[in-house]
Design a binder for this molecule. Structure first.
Ligand code: UFG
Length: 338
């Protein structure tokens, strides 16, 4: 019998791509989303991608009664917890909201799971838990830290998971530390929410390429990197999604948890990414050099070897694919209803 998985935040950027990867792998999937930061069109697009009806429950992870109801009514085997706030700048302005939603959401979810006797969980963490990483490439054993309330909330969540699993070994939790997820599903039907002015590099570049924004600011060209601009480990969102499928399978197989990086292990600079995007989109991307963005590290890239060993994780998409699929989505998103 196939396993039934609940995806909190399943209509979001990474959640929706993971939905497709799980359906492709033969799982039954239920989406829980409050649509606070996701388009209501996502379920119908997921239906178009997978060719099957999509089960969605509109609820908040902070709503314990709703979680209890879902676990009572559906025979859920495991949960993947994406639902969280993710903007660094917003977390600095409103730290309490980040603690309530990200930390409170995890605690409420784990309590409801425990009460329902479900203890298999995959958690969305972030390379942000390394703070300003001292070791490059960064292995999972590197010292942890944080530079803002968003990062702090993810670190607290990891600690809560570790303590809970230590107290009750029936828990099997996969903690996935994402590097920089980019790109879109090759169907061009799902991708990162295109509304508003993006904070992150690739969605910003996409909007400049499309002519929706006039110019990109490159935040600093005096970092100790080969061309002076910031270096990041960009990973295609469909590869990242596959990492969740592999994490679930490892939890089923091993019965114990893991903490792994999900990155490619390869860093690209801002200027390299702009050049790759210009090639993939065949568009000119005007940019200017601007001051450094406070809090940004010079370089961040994963040591991906543990994910390879523990999960069998091997990213398939390269930087060109990341730019190409992002561009395809960018063009489609302008014609799709939101
Ligand atoms: N950058 C620009 N111009 C922009 C936006 C970004 O030059 O308009 C540069 C940044 O300075 C950085 C690189 O592009 O060098 C990547 O920046 P992103 O904002 O895309 O990504 P970050 O690495 O800063 O942030 C990501 C996630 C955060 C997470 C952080 C650390 O978005 O959620 O990684 O893990 F906290």
């Amino acid at each position: 019998m196939s396993q039934r998985v609940l995806l909190t935040g399943g209509a979001g950027y990474i959640g929706s791509h993971t939905y497709v990867a799980l359906i492709d792998a033969g799982y039954e999937v239920l989406i829980l989303d409050n649509f606070g930061n996701a388009s209501r069109q996502v379920p119908s697009r997921l239906k178009a991608v997978t060719g099957a009806d999509v089960q969605v429950i509109e609820a908040d992870v902070l709503d314990r009664a709703a979680l209890d109801r879902i676990f009572a009514e559906h025979a859920i085997d495991a949960v993947i917890h994406f639902a969280a706030y993710k903007s660094v700048g917003e977390s600095v302005r409103n730290p309490l909201a980040y603690m309530q939603n990200n930390v409170g959401g995890l605690v409420t979810l784990m309590q409801a799971m425990d009460a329902a006797d479900i203890r298999r969980l995959v958690f969305s963490s972030s390379a942000t838990v390394y703070g300003e990483a001292e070791q490059l490439p960064t292995p999972e054993t590197a010292p942890l830290g944080y530079g803002n309330p968003y990062g702090h909330s993810k670190l607290i969540c990891e600690q809560i998971i570790e303590e809970t699993a230590a107290a009750d070994p029936r828990w099997a939790v996969g903690v996935l530390r994402y590097f920089n997820p980019v790109g879109a599903h090759p169907s061009g039907l799902i991708g990162e929410d295109p509304s508003g002015v993006p904070d992150n590099l690739m969605p910003y570049v996409a909007k400049v390429a499309a002519g929706d924004l006039p110019m990109l600011s490159v935040f600093g060209d005096d970092y100790p990197t080969p061309d002076g601009t910031g270096v990041r480990d960009y990973i295609h969102v469909s590869d990242l999604a596959q990492g969740h499928v592999l994490s679930l399978k490892a939890l089923e197989r091993d019965g114990t948890g893991h903490v792994v990086n999900l990155g490619t292990g390869r860093g690209y600079s801002v200027l390299e990414l702009i050049a790759a995007y210009a090639r993939a989109s065949n568009q000119h991307i005007p940019y200017k050099i601007a001051p450094r963005r406070p809090g940004d590290a010079a370089s961040s890239y994963a040591d991906p070897s543990l994910a390879r060993t523990v999960l069998g994780f091997e990213p398939k998409y390269d930087l060109h694919d990341m730019c190409r699929t992002s561009w395809m989505w960018m063009q489609n998103a302008q014609t799709l209803p939101d």
